[in-house]
Design a protein around this ligand. Sequence first.
Ligand code: MG
Length: 159
Amino acid sequence: MTDIRTGLGYDLHRLEAGRPFVLGGIHIPSDFGPLGYSDGDALIHAICDAMLGALSLGDIGQHFPDTDPEFKGINSMILLEKTVTLIKQHGYSINNIDTTVILEKPHISPYMDAIKESLDGVIGIGVDRISVKATTNERVDATGEGKAIAVLASILLIK
Ligand code: MG
């Protein structure tokens, strides 16, 4: 019998001047970027949390704690690689991923294809199975005021 599991992920990072803006492993030109112990890649963090959640394996903070110097300033693509490996070790494959990025600025639509290709370089299910959508928060709330980036992710795993 096929074992199907879904997972949900969420992440938010404050945006601060002078930080590189990294999303899905892609650098996007911007005067500000996500603050974080790692590179602050909220899209990857939300996807990792969805993967871990689908298998009831806890959350990204438990697997990659921000008290461990190994993870300080780390490229989140490495965290994604480690999480994908863990999913495979449990005998599951990834069917598809859907995400929503909530962000006022910068506009990420020109980078969507590059982001999906970057993610698929690690995930390896084909870009047609990785969805990255973008919306704003209509200038309401901290995310809407441009003070933060938030990402929602859902995933379907099959054994
Ligand atoms: Mg995070």
